[in-house]
Design a protein around this ligand. Structure first.
Ligand code: CA
Length: 223
């Protein structure tokens, strides 16, 4: 899951960014409305977190422009309490939600998950490949009924592979969806994470689910 965060208050921005990273999300942060619009139009994000009072361009202006340009990425609007009445009325495109500041991070996360489910048509049902089961709501995975002790990044990687089960996923695709823009694609970080994940998912099992496709990337499937 890759998130674009557009928020000019640095404290709020780093609070949200750090919290999301701990949960395994890849997060790009910009502090200006115009930069936010440019990023949203240049990259493929799973969700955009958008402050309303921004320098450069207002959040509402950014949102309106995105929808005009047919970019349907779900947007979570952050708004100060006194601006709710004025601003939120126009936001209900079905793929937007809003949260008033100050907010609890737990509520923020819960709303993000709900927004992602609603907008990406991601039902709350489990992802299954053979005896490997991933529950996107609780963020837990099991193999043969035994819980896998995954880090947030390993979980994000596994979820991405399982959502694309049977398809070969390149390192570039993994980088784009699981890491953020500061990620250096020349490192072997992805391979290292895949190896850790593989040890946990496939290590003790005869049937190996995660496959390397030489020169192309990785895939997960029930062969
Ligand atoms: Ca602001």
């Amino acid at each position: 899951m890759r998130v674009l965060l557009v928020e000019d208050e640095e404290k709020v921005a780093s609070f949200i960014r750090n919290g999301l990273r701990e949960e395994g999300y890849a997060v790009d942060v910009v502090y200006d409305g115009q930069d936010g619009l440019d990023m949203a139009e240049s990259f493929d994000y799973d969700v955009i977190v958008l402050d309303l009072m921004l320098p450069g361009r207002s959040g509402l202006d950014v949102l309106t422009k995105l929808r005009q340009d047919r970019i349907t990425t779900p947007v979570m609007v952050l708004t100060a309490k006194d601006s709710i009445q004025d601003k939120v009325k126009g936001l209900d495109s079905g793929c937007d939600d809003y949260l008033t500041k100050p907010f609890s991070f737990d509520e923020f996360l819960a709303r993000m998950r709900a927004l992602l489910r609603r907008c990406h048509d991601r039902s709350a049902t489990n992802l299954v490949v053979a005896d490997l089961v991933l529950d996107p709501v609780s963020h837990k995975a099991t193999r043969d009924g035994k819980p896998l002790n995954l880090t947030a990044k390993e979980y994000a990687l596994l979820e991405y592979l399982m959502r694309n089960a049977g398809r070969v996923i390149s390192r570039a695709q993994i980088a784009e969806h699981v890491w953020d823009i500061s990620f250096d694609t020349f490192t072997n970080v992805i391979d290292v994470h895949i190896n850790h994940l593989r040890r946990k998912v496939d290590g003790e099992y005869e049937k190996k689910l995660i496959q390397t496709v030489r020169g192309m990337g990785y895939t997960i499937e029930n062969k």
